[in-house]
Design a protein around this ligand. Structure first.
Ligand SMILES: *[C@@H]1O[C@H](CO)[C@@H](O)[C@H](O)[C@H]1NC(C)=O
Ligand SMILES: *[C@@H]1O[C@H](CO)[C@@H](O)[C@H](O)[C@H]1NC(C)=O
Ligand SMILES: *[C@@H]1O[C@H](CO)[C@@H](O)[C@H](O)[C@H]1NC(C)=O
Length: 264
């Protein structure tokens, strides 16, 4: 077969999953706009743009808590090159890296003892209508910022796109503690004043670094609320979508990698 024909064939078979780059509709902070490299923030679309993948690929240089980047997550344990009948890999990774979900037992001992692991997360909360909104780029997710967003009552799932996306923090191997997240009062405001049960953020922690435990606890103490962290929200238009998120059924586990998609 000629190399050209081969390339054409490969091109055709890959067409349904083709990655489409699009202009940004988000309110990119001017200071970081220049840093946005179109090749790296490709929007991943399927079905002529009807389905948008908002999950980060598990790259070795993803930032990961307590280590120098995520590192390789799969490793061959059987190899055809070594005479096996097939190639078989095993998976090993910290569950709080990349796009992932926290279980209530992550930080609350009584929930852990009550068995509130990632397998008990409610798929009804993890799947349904969701609002993707832009947070003003000059603030953390404080009570004041939450109030200013004027999220309509009845909305149960919100994905917050913040300065983290503009700063491309998920493409920076070293954890940057100046990321935007919830302050304790912001988390409390959301619990007290909205119907939100699913909170999506664009960096590894739903809580800002200065409120790491306190803001996490506001959410994790309310076992009905599910935080999804490390979402890939580059170049998706703000608006209302159908969200689908599915964690792995890791028994007894405090978190899980999660695949999240938006459907228009
Ligand atoms: C295959 O064999 C080589 C050489 O013995 C070894 O270094 C490698 O780890 C093996 N790989 C697997 C997946 O078994
Ligand atoms: C299997 O793994 C070997 C490395 O051990 C690699 O050279 C080969 O291309 C792989 N084959 C398949 C079919 O994945
Ligand atoms: C958010 O809070 C962190 C500390 O937790 C701080 O370093 C950062 O500058 C704040 N970001 C904004 C946009 O206010």
């Amino acid at each position: 077969m000629s190399p050209l024909l081969l390339m054409l064939l490969i091109g055709l078979t890959m067409a349904p999953g083709v990655h489409v780059a699009r202009g940004s509709d988000s309110a990119t902070h001017p200071a970081y706009a220049a840093a946005v490299d179109a090749a790296e923030v490709r929007l991943e679309e399927y079905g002529d743009g009807r389905i948008v993948d908002i999950t980060h690929a598990y790259r070795p240089d993803l930032p990961a808590p307590g280590r120098d980047g995520l590192g390789p997550v799969t490793q061959l344990t059987e190899s055809m090159a070594n005479g096996s009948i097939n190639n078989v890999s095993e998976l090993r990774m910290v569950v709080h890296a990349g796009t992932h979900v926290d279980a209530p037992g992550h930080m609350v001992q009584e929930h852990f003892e009550a068995g509130l692991d990632v397998n008990k997360l409610d798929l009804d909360v993890l799947n349904g209508p969701a609002l993707l909104i832009d947070v003003p780029r000059d603030t953390n997710l404080t009570a004041q910022a939450m109030e200013s967003l004027k999220i309509p009552q009845g909305i149960r799932r919100v994905l917050f796109r913040t300065l983290n996306t503009d700063r491309k923090l998920m493409w920076t191997k070293v954890i940057d503690t100046s990321f935007v997240g919830f302050t304790e009062d912001g988390a409390q405001w959301l619990v007290d004043n909205t119907d939100i049960k699913l909170i999506g953020v664009d960096y590894l922690s739903v809580a800002a670094f200065d409120h790491l435990i306190s803001a996490h606890l506001v959410f994790l103490n309310s076992p009905g609320i599910i935080p999804i962290e490390g979402l890939k929200l580059d170049h998706v238009k703000a608006g209302l979508y159908t969200l689908h998120c599915l964690p792995l059924r890791l028994l007894g586990c405090d978190g899980s990698p999660i695949r999240c998609i938006l459907i228009k």
